[in-house]
Design a protein around this ligand. Structure first.
Ligand SMILES: [Zn+2]
Length: 167
């Protein structure tokens, strides 16, 4: 097929992939896992480079959208999922109707890195926000107030402000 013929063939609309679809992995020899460093190259170098100064908010938004699609019904489900996906080890510091604070140990994005100077786990913060919105039906904003690789802290701390929606 020539290039011009190829250009004329009908290209199907670009399909949006779901978490379920991309989670199907067939790697009989290598298995379903990969080095954390490879994830960080994509997450902290390629994406930050591509998105520039707005990387933080865009990654937060991307995480939030994905969080809204997760199959979670309780905060406990979210903790289990974060640990099952090896995003990090979660310790719930505080949980009330309007505020949830969790510490994430061994964060996949930043644990072990030298201090960057600012919190860097925007995607993870957004993911927690989206998942908590789905669970609570409220409006949720998550701020990362401590960050292992970003700020030199012992854990990445996610503080979620939960605001019930009017009616
Ligand atoms: Zn962090």
């Amino acid at each position: 097929m020539t290039l011009s013929q190829r250009a004329q063939t009908q290209v199907p609309a670009r399909k949006k992939l779901s978490v379920g679809e991309v989670s199907k992995v067939s790697r009989p020899q290598l298995g379903p896992e990969m080095p954390v460093a490879l994830f960080r190259v994509v997450r902290l170098i390629a994406m930050e480079d591509l998105l520039g100064r707005s990387a933080g908010s865009m990654l937060y938004n991307a995480g939030e959208k994905i969080g809204l699609t997760l199959d979670v019904k309780t905060p406990g489900d979210l903790v289990n999922l974060v640990e099952a996906l090896k995003i990090g080890k979660v310790d719930v510091v505080e949980a009330t109707a309007t505020r949830i604070i969790v510490d994430v140990y061994e964060c996949v994005t930043c644990s072990g890195m030298e201090r960057v100077g600012h919190a860097i786990c925007h995607f993870e913060a957004g993911l927690v926000a989206g998942a908590l919105q789905k669970i609570t039906g409220a409006s949720v904003f998550v701020k990362e107030t401590r960050c292992i690789g970003g700020l030199g802290d012992e854990t990445c701390r996610m503080e979620a402000a939960i605001q019930p929606r009017a009616n």
